[in-house]
Design a protein around this ligand. Structure first.
Ligand SMILES: [Fe+2]
Length: 253
């Protein structure tokens, strides 16, 4: 917090404390005020540590050959006319550090199977039925407020797994978090082996996202919000590289 902001916060806080003075004795108020001032003088003292998003397995289907289009719209490949099949979902959220501060220039990758349960991967089952209009993978660099956005489909189940979207978050070329996002309230979650590996019920909540219908959407579009909390504050200038990716852009074959 800058000095100016701290002062403003102090003034605002003192004003609200003065409103409450009628119910406090003068001595109590003085104690209350000095406690508040001490808290404001300690950077981060009010910032409750956020629980870190638990990691989940990367799985075998990170694309072995990246698509020609790797933008954040997984529904349309380059200038194709036909969109992918599936329930259109606007997926957004923030990348935060454990103090709740936004992480900018975080490199967010997602990948998921198409509406038939097939991945953009040479050893995915059902590969011949892959929806060629589905991008299957996308990437986005977070803005100053740590925000990302993707347009994709609501994930569907495939044999052995509850519906999910894979996430990887990198910063300065280093992978900081690999996890998966599941659909909140989906009954298959409780039978999913990878989900059950997360034992703490509070941690489990951190990999669930609510898929909500967008009011008045003629196409029945959904929105899903999913924030990810990294385990430590990444140093943006650690190696003088901005952004970064988890795997080489050019892959053999
Ligand atoms: Fe998967």
């Amino acid at each position: 917090m800058s000095q100016k902001h701290r002062l403003l916060a102090n003034e605002t806080w003192a004003n609200s404390a003065q409103h409450a003075i009628g119910t406090y004795s003068r001595r109590q108020f003085a104690r209350y005020l000095s406690f508040g001032a001490a808290m404001l003088a300690t950077p981060g003292a009010f910032a409750e540590e956020l629980m870190q998003t638990p990691g989940m397995a990367e799985g075998p289907f990170y694309p072995d050959k990246l698509p020609l289009d790797t933008d954040n719209d997984l529904l349309v490949i380059n200038t194709a006319i036909r969109p992918a099949v599936g329930e259109i979902t606007h997926l957004s959220g923030k990348i935060l550090d454990e103090r709740g501060q936004p992480v900018r220039s975080a490199f967010v990758e997602i990948w998921q199977c198409d509406n038939n349960g097939s991945y953009l991967h040479s050893s995915s089952s059902n590969r011949t039925k892959y929806d060629t209009n589905f991008q299957g993978y996308g990437r986005f660099m977070t803005d100053r407020q740590g925000r990302y956005y993707f347009r994709t489909i609501k994930p569907v189940p495939y044999p052995g797994r509850t519906p999910h979207i894979h996430f990887a978050v990198s910063h300065n070329g280093r992978r900081l978090l690999t996890t998966q996002m599941l659909i909140k309230g989906n009954p298959q979650n409780e039978r999913d082996g990878l989900y059950r590996r997360i034992q703490d019920p509070e941690q489990r909540k951190l990999v669930l996202a609510d898929f909500k219908p967008i009011p008045d959407s003629k196409l029945g579009e959904l929105s899903a919000k999913f924030d990810l909390v990294l385990g430590h504050t990444p140093d943006e200038n650690a190696d003088q590289i901005k952004g970064g990716i988890s795997q080489p852009l050019v892959q053999p074959g």
